[in-house]
Design a protein around this ligand. Structure first.
Ligand SMILES: Nc1nc2c(ncn2[C@@H]2O[C@H](COP(=O)(O)OP(=O)(O)OP(=O)(O)O)[C@@H](O)[C@H]2O)c(=O)[nH]1
Length: 564
């Protein structure tokens, strides 16, 4: 895997790892902030909802108490069959009806069970005595239960099957001020729907308001089916308890604790997280001692302040992260990867012998130093290579030369001479001119070796070679053919010239070379040939002429003649 690909994988890993870490931190911080904020909201909401319920109720409750204290109505309660008292009490009741917010009232007398009621439409103004309560009628059980309990004040959500309405009843015990004896119950009924609309119907999504009575039974709640009607007369186990709203045992236990804590410190709001319909909710509870109810607020924090609100922030952070990584990637490419690639290409070129200085990348910092070191190294390698090549070339030329030069006389050896002859013959053929070959052999050379030693023989050979060289023109070639035999090639040439050169050579050797005072002589056989003749023939004819020179007594020149 290339460095660039590896870096991309590392960058992707970095982005994912950092994004995961950011998400973890973000989730915790956001949840913490939302929870803290939610707790404050729950406290405020509980107080607000409590005020909304208590405000309209307080006046009605006060009025109901006044009604219960009314001497006129109390007189009727003591003597329900007294018609004069009945008329006065009805007038008093009518006055209270007009004062009550819902413009209705009820008066129930313990003595004979008489139940007086008139509504907002004054439907029963003529005959407010609606019916008589009976301890045997389950619908009337509320009355007898309240009397039995002796509770001076009670709020009761109860359907009235006789009147066909569901109402929130304010029930106040009417007691004889002297004996404290219970005379009956008076009060007013508020339309449940109106109450629900005014109290628990909160427009804001995610906020649920519930009112429960002292036993935890649901009294005001947007879902009418969960309201515990007539809780007063129900056994504890059958009540629609607040705990019904939460999903698990742990949440139910928390609800119980919240109710206990709230009642123990009236006026304070207590909060805890509970699970409702599988969702985490924040529950705030306050005890309202004036009416003996609890105010409960449920906040669905995911709806009110979803953590998703923070997501744009998270996206900005992630985008910034990705951009940073991309910029880093571009920087790494520019500063590292591209110079490294160029350096690698330059190395490859150097390896293949095609390195050019300009191929090196522009870089900075450590990379520039690396490029500089590489450049120095490449230059040194190139210089060494050049030097080595020059040396090899020189050595090869030297070896070539040595292969063609006789080490004793420094004249071309047989191989060198052969090449020179080939070239001259081709040239003569090309130019249509003639060339001459002189075959020279030192006379009685074996004798010199035998008499004076081999080294003296070598000296004689060297002197003969010097004579040949000195006597020839620059473009004539003399070579040692082997042993004491020499060849001289003259080009261009004529027979006359050949004869004169041969004679000059013979004379010069005879006059210049001597061993132990005795002159050294040579015999020469010559042949002046056409360029078209094969070399073998030229050599053979010169050799035959030499043979004849030897035969004729040595120290002489003999030319080959056609037919000779
Ligand atoms: N000192 C020396 N002797 C050599 C060298 N090469 C060949 N010889 C000798 O040269 C002699 C050549 O003798 P020949 O050419 O056969 O005979 P010659 O004595 O010269 O007699 P003719 O040619 O008939 O005059 C031999 O004894 C070789 O051993 C050499 O490099 N140095």
């Amino acid at each position: 895997m290339s460095l660039g690909t590896r870096f991309i994988w590392i960058a992707i890993g970095l982005v994912l790892g950092t994004a995961f870490a950011i998400w973890q931190v973000f989730d915790r911080v956001a949840t913490g902030v939302v929870e803290q904020w939610g707790t404050r909201v729950a406290e405020v909401q509980v107080r607000y909802d409590s005020a909304r319920l208590l405000q309209p109720l307080e006046r009605e409750i006060a009025l109901a108490h006044q009604m219960a204290d009314s001497p006129v109505i109390q007189d009727l309660a003591r003597a329900p069959d007294d018609e004069a008292l009945d008329a006065a009490a009805k007038a008093e009741m009518e006055r209270f009806r007009r004062n009550f917010g819902a413009n209705n009232y009820f008066v129930a007398l313990l003595d004979n069970g008489a139940y007086y009621f008139n509504d907002a439409e004054d439907e029963f103004g003529e005959q407010p005595l609606r019916y008589h309560l009976s301890p045997e009628d389950p619908d009337d059980a509320w009355f007898y239960r309240l009397v039995e309990q002796g509770r001076d004040f009670h709020l009761n959500v109860n359907p009235d099957s006789e009147l066909g309405v569901i109402k929130l009843w304010i029930d106040v015990l009417m007691r004889d001020p002297a004996s404290n004896e219970i005379l009956g119950i008076v009060g007013t009924g508020m339309e449940l729907e109106t109450m629900l609309a005014e109290t628990v119907a909160v427009d804001q999504p995610g906020i649920t308001t519930i009112f429960v009575d002292h036993s935890g039974a649901i009294q005001l709640y947007r879902d009418r089916d969960l309201i515990d009607y007539a809780s007063l007369v129900k056994p504890e186990g059958q009540k629609s308890h607040l705990k019904r709203l939460v999903s698990d045992a742990e949440s139910r236990e928390r609800v119980g604790q919240l109710l206990d804590q709230a009642q123990a410190s009236a006026g304070n709001v207590h909060t805890a997280f509970v699970t409702v319909d599988g969702q985490r909710h924040l529950m705030g509870v306050a005890w309202l001692p004036r009416i003996g109810w609890y105010e409960v607020t449920l906040l669905d924090l995911d709806v009110i302040m979803p953590v998703s609100r923070f997501v744009p922030l998270l996206i900005i952070v992630l985008i910034a992260l990705v951009i940073s990584i991309l910029l880093l990637h571009v920087a790494v490419r520019r500063l590292l990867l591209q110079p490294i690639s160029a350096l690698e290409a330059a190395m490859q070129a150097l390896k293949n012998g095609r390195y050019v200085r300009g191929d090196l990348p522009a870089a900075s910092g450590e990379m520039a130093r690396l490029v500089r070191h590489f450049s120095d190294m490449a230059n040194t390698i190139q210089a060494h290579t050049r030097e080595l090549e020059d040396r090899v070339e020189a050595r090869t030329a030297e070896l070539n030369r040595l292969a063609r030069v006789d080490s004793l006389t420094e004249l071309p050896n047989r191989r060198g001479m052969q090449e020179a002859l080939d070239q001259a013959r081709e040239r003569a053929e090309r130019e249509g001119r003639r060339l001459s070959l002189l075959w020279i052999d030192v006379d009685e050379f074996k004798q010199i070796n035998d008499d004076r030693g081999h080294d003296t023989g070598d000296v004689a050979l060297r002197q003969v070679a010097s004579c040949l060289q000195e006597e020839l023109r620059g473009y004539d070639v003399a070579g040692r053919w082997g042993g004491d035999e020499f060849l001289v090639m003259l080009y261009p040439s004529t027979e006359e010239r050949m004869a004169s050169v041969a004679e000059r050579l013979r004379e010069r050797v005879a006059s210049r070379v001597s061993v132990g005072g005795q002159p050294v002589t040579i015999s020469v056989g010559g042949y002046c040939a056409e360029g078209t003749e094969p070399l073998s023939q030229i050599l053979a004819r010169a050799d035959r002429a030499l043979y004849r020179a030897k035969e004729a007594g040595r120290n002489r020149v003999q030319m080959h003649t056609v037919g000779g």
